[in-house]
Design a protein. Structure first.
Length: 143
């Protein structure tokens, strides 16, 4: 998948371009009943990453009146997923099916794909207990 223009959701079949406004996003994904979490952050339930059902978060900068700069992937029952290692493995299989092998492996449960001005990170981090993170970010202004 070429992420330089945006991200393809499989179900519903919607392509979400980088830099889209909140209003444009809400129109594109209206069938999913998007949830506003806070200013500049919405989530939907969808299928992407070669058949994985998950939640997808959309982050905008600036938070009010901004453009889309990040996609966040997580479980719909997060943080109550009982087996974090199994979740990591499942996400990893789908990420590699979609994007190929990671371009950087930073440990046993930490890797990244670098696509020019975009990066996809998948890792487990200790916060208030271990947390899995899967984020596709636009790093700099691009066309």
């Amino acid at each position: 998948m070429d992420v330089s223009k945006g991200f393809q959701i499989e179900s519903p079949s919607v392509f979400v371009p980088w830099g889209i406004s909140e209003a444009e996003l809400l129109t594109l994904v209206a069938v999913t009943n998007p949830k506003k979490v806070t200013d500049g952050y919405y989530t939907i339930k969808c299928v992407s990453l070669t058949g994985l059902q998950h939640m997808l978060g959309f982050h905008f900068l600036p938070r009010v009146g901004g453009g889309l700069v990040e996609f966040e992937f997580f479980r719909d029952n997060y943080p109550d997923y009982p087996d974090l290692s199994r979740s990591f493995s499942e996400f990893q299989v789908h990420l590699e099916a979609t994007f190929g092998p990671p371009t950087e492996e930073l440990g046993t449960q930490s890797c990244a794909w670098v696509f020019g001005l975009f990066v996809l990170n998948h890792y487990i981090q200790e916060g208030f207990g271990p947390e899995e993170h899967v984020r596709l970010k636009k790093l700099a202004a691009s066309s």
